[in-house]
Design a protein around this ligand. Structure first.
Ligand SMILES: NC(=O)c1ccc[n+]([C@@H]2O[C@H](COP(=O)([O-])OP(=O)(O)OC[C@H]3O[C@@H](n4cnc5c(N)ncnc54)[C@H](O)[C@@H]3O)[C@@H](O)[C@H]2O)c1
Length: 266
């Protein structure tokens, strides 16, 4: 018979959680669910105005402590500065969610573009994990990395660079889970499929503007190939991340949870 009540297992009361890319989409939904579960928050994003409004809406609604930090995750120096400011109380939970997915044909990806994608989507997470492991030491902690099904299946032409950055997160997640599990770290990832967010809206409009109708058409085909016949909502990913961040998943380590309505079964 289990003894810990469910409400206690899902609660994040007394824990501090850092979420990157918190100003929009999946990141803002995660922040909201974490606040509802009682966590105090450090919200990070490059978009200061959206971040400030997400932070104050969460503060008003849930009454938890929320710090908002403007950081460009593509810059290691800014990541280092973020962590020097966190020294007093390092987060117990970290969700590496900030990411970019601009379309570009494989042969048109130049050095700057590839650098930017890898910096934001992969290298920043590598550095964030180094800081977390160093700062928390033997106290351990929980890390959730946001990958994508694009890491394991080529969904859309023009996102090769993105898939490459996201598969790196799987390697990082599994390596850290193995290496630091003994110090009390649990490191997991989620692999969302098509989720309807401001980010995906923007990409679709841009793609149409550049007459890359492929995405739109593929988008229609894409939905018909999802067993649940619809895109996911950001909160449907956020709830899985809450599971991974909370004690509900106390024996889950090194896992990659697919949240795609069943697309990968195809
Ligand atoms: N939406 C999907 O269909 C989908 C599918 C699979 C994976 N993902 C991943 O989920 C994550 C969130 O995606 P979303 O759709 O919610 O995106 P979104 O564009 O709606 O939100 C991303 C947030 O990250 C922030 N960000 C971007 N670059 C940054 C930088 N350099 N420094 C700090 N913050 C930065 C943006 O300002 C934005 O607030 C991304 O990592 C994305 O790759 C999304």
């Amino acid at each position: 018979m289990s003894s810990t009540p469910l409400t206690e297992l899902i609660s994040l009361k007394g824990r501090k959680a850092l979420v990157t890319g918190a100003a929009s989409g999946i990141g803002s939904s995660v922040s909201e669910r974490f606040a509802e579960a009682g966590a105090s928050l450090v919200l990070v994003d490059i978009n200061e105005s959206s971040l400030t409004s997400v932070a104050s809406a969460i503060r008003d609604r849930y009454g938890v402590e929320v710090e908002a930090k403007k950081v460009d995750m593509s810059k290691k120096r800014e990541i280092d500065e973020l962590w020097s400011g966190l020294k007093e109380r390092a987060p117990d939970i970290m969700v590496n969610n900030a990411g970019i997915y601009e379309f570009r044909d494989f042969l048109e990806v130049d050095e700057d573009f590839l650098e930017r994608t890898l910096n934001v989507n992969l290298k920043s997470v590598f550095y964030m994990c180094q800081h977390m492991v160093r700062t928390r030491g033997d106290r351990g902690g929980v890390i959730v990395n946001v990958s994508s099904i694009e890491a394991v299946i080529h969904l859309v032409k023009g996102l090769t660079h993105y898939g490459v950055s996201k598969i790196g997160l799987v390697a990082l997640t599994r390596a850290l889970a193995r290496e630091y599990g003994g110090k009390g770290f649990r490191v997991n990832a989620v692999m969302p499929g098509g989720i309807h967010t401001p980010g995906t809206d923007k990409v679709r409009n841009e793609a149409l503007k550049r007459l890359q109708l492929g995405f739109f058409i593929t988008g229609v085909n894409f939905i018909s190939r999802i067993p649940l016949k619809r895109l996911g909502e950001p909160d449907e990913v956020a709830r899985v991340i809450l599971f991974l961040a909370s004690d509900l998943s106390s024996y889950v380590n090194g896992s990659v949870l697919v949240v795609d309505g069943g697309y990968l079964t195809d």
